[in-house]
Each structure stands twice: as structure tokens, then as C-alpha cells.
Design a protein around this ligand. Structure first.
Ligand SMILES: [Zn+2]
Length: 312
């Protein structure tokens, strides 16, 4: 009885083995095919992703990307696996870089600098405009009546307006006693602003007081006159001391660098030869520091005077 049972079991075992073999023989190729197809699909998807990211990327990172490609082609190193690993790590870097870039942009838009030039127009105005144009920078000029009356300088004043700079007033006489002791400040500023209107067609209302508003505009009476006339008065946050630094443009740049400590700076300069020489260095400094160059905008006026009078 034992023998047939054993034989039966043996036969059953053989049959099971055969079935297992058959299953394996059928399944292995299927599995392999599936794996290969799956893998190539996955790598396609990776490439597509890479394309999309490349398209979305801002042009700033183009240089970095080119370097990566160059490195890859230089290496000519082995397996697909190492290449795709490299691609993966590039993708990760790109993803993490993006928000950081956006943050930097927001910060840089927050820092603004107003370059201001007093006492023009002058024989140098056109050269100032040339530098500003080359650098893509807009500035604010405070011009003086006696100079505005000189016909040969009026083309420069028109040009400044056309090129997007702001022209404000800086009095007719520039004389301390006349302006502040004889109370000629408002009439002189009105006359200067009218001259600017005649030349440019613009109707500015911002002026810079010669020698600054301190101590000249200390008295409330004169400030009331200014407010009634609808005139706005700007002093500055940084004095470059450029007017007394003849032949020393490097020190003008240094003064401005050491004076810069806020997200909003208004730099006092004059139409002087040494200032013209210093201007590219000044612009370079603020660009490096992430400042945006802005021009005075009457619609976004903020008060900036040593009398802390918020009305003007
Ligand atoms: Zn002046």
C-alpha cells in the first residue's frame, strides 16, 4: 500500500514542479519586459520634467546651466545611471534655488536710492545725462533760476525731462539772506518752477532749499507760506560733500558709501566735474548693494525735511 501512495505523491510533486517551471518561464519574460518598458517610461518622464523646468527657469541661471552641460559633455563619463543621478541633483538644486531668487528680488525692490543733483543746468548737464542713460538710471535735478534763464542750457533741461528725470526748483538767487531773512523763499521758488514749466511743459512742485531747510525754514511763518503755496520741500539723507572735493572723486564715492545705512536714501550732489567723475562708481556701489534707482514721483511724495514738517 505504501508504494502506490508514494508513487502518487511523487507524480503529484513532479506535476507541481512542471507547473512552477511553466509559470516561471512565462512570467519572467513578461516581468522583464514590464520592467524595461516601465523604466524607459520613467526616464522619459524625468526628461520631460527637466524640459519643463528649463522653460520655466529665468534667464539669470542660464550661465550656470550652460556650465553644467559643458561639464557633462567634458566628462563623457559612463553609465546612464550616473547621468540621470546628476540630472536629478540638478533638478533639486533648481527647485530649491527658485524661492531664494524670488526673496532676493523682493528685498532688492525694497531698497531705493534717489540720486539728486543741485545748481544746474550747467555745461556738464549733458554729460551727467549721458552717464545716467548708459547706466539706465533716472535722477532728480534741482535747478536754479539764473541758470535756467541761459538759453544755451535749455536744451539739456528739455532732454532731461524727455529722458525721464525730474526737474525741481532750487530758487532764483541762491542767496541765504534773501531767501530766509527777507522771506523771498516762496516767490523765488514760484518763479523758478514757472521757468521750468516754460522750458519743459512740466508743472513740478518739489524744491530743494539752498543750504538745506535748517536753519532757513525754522520759522513756522515761512513754512506756512510754503504749505499755502502747495510747494513740497526736500532735503537729503546723505550729503556727499562733493562741492568741496574738487579733484577727489574717490572721496565723494567714499562719503556716499559710509553714509548709506537705510533702505531709502536721498543723495545730495551737485553738477560738478568731480561729481561727474565719481558718478559711475556711485551707481556701481548702489547696484552692488541691491538698490533700485528711483526718481521723485509727486504721486508718491514722502516728506523729507530737517524741520520734520509733514505738511511739506
Ligand atoms: Zn545749491
Amino acid at each position: 500500500m505504501k508504494a502506490p501512495l508514494y508513487e502518487y505523491r511523487n507524480r503529484k510533486k513532479k506535476l507541481r514542479l512542471r507547473i512552477t517551471m511553466l509559470v516561471l518561464v512565462t512570467l519572467i519574460p513578461t516581468f522583464l519586459t514590464g520592467f524595461i518598458v516601465g523604466k524607459s517610461y520613467a526616464s522619459d518622464e524625468k526628461n520631460n520634467k527637466h524640459d519643463v523646468i528649463e522653460k520655466e527657469k529665468p534667464s539669470i541661471s542660464q550661465d550656470t546651466e550652460q556650465t553644467d552641460v559643458e561639464e557633462e559633455s567634458l566628462e563623457h563619463s559612463g553609465s546612464e545611471a550616473s547621468n540621470s543621478a546628476k540630472k536629478d541633483s540638478t533638478e533639486e538644486e533648481e527647485k530649491t534655488e527658485k524661492p531664494a531668487e524670488a526673496d532676493t528680488e523682493e528685498v532688492s525692490l525694497g531698497k531705493v536710492v534717489y540720486l539728486t543733483f543741485d545748481d544746474g543746468p550747467s555745461v556738464l548737464t549733458d554729460q551727467f545725462l549721458d552717464v545716467l542713460q548708459e547706466q539706465g538710471v533716472k535722477a532728480t535735478f534741482f535747478m536754479q533760476g539764473t541758470n535756467l534763464k541761459k538759453e544755451h542750457l535749455q536744451e539739456s533741461v528739455k532732454r532731461a525731462t524727455i529722458e525721464g528725470h525730474y526737474i525741481g526748483g532750487h530758487s532764483m538767487t541762491h542767496e541765504f539772506n534773501t531767501l530766509y531773512k527777507d522771506f523771498r523763499f516762496v516767490p523765488e521758488m514760484n518763479e523758478t518752477l514757472a521757468l521750468i514749466h516754460e522750458i519743459t511743459g512740466e508743472s513740478p512742485n518739489l524744491v530743494r532749499p539752498p543750504y538745506g531747510s535748517a536753519p532757513g525754514l525754522k520759522g513756522e511763518q515761512i513754512r506756512n507760506q510754503i504749505v499755502e503755496a502747495g510747494i513740497k520741500v526736500w532735503d537729503w539723507t546723505i550729503d556727499s560733500n562733493d562741492w568741496k572735493l574738487k579733484d577727489n572723486p574717490a572721496l565723494i564715492v567714499e562719503n556716499i558709501k559710509s553714509g548709506t545705512n537705510s533702505d531709502k536714501e536721498v543723495v545730495l550732489m551737485h553738477e560738478k566735474a568731480q561729481t561727474l567723475a565719481a558718478l559711475p562708481g556711485i551707481i556701481e556701489f548702489y547696484k552692488e548693494q541691491g538698490y533700485t534707482f528711483v526718481v521723485y514721483d509727486e504721486d508718491n511724495h514722502f516728506y523729507l525735511n530737517f524741520q520734520n514738517d509733514s505738511r511739506m
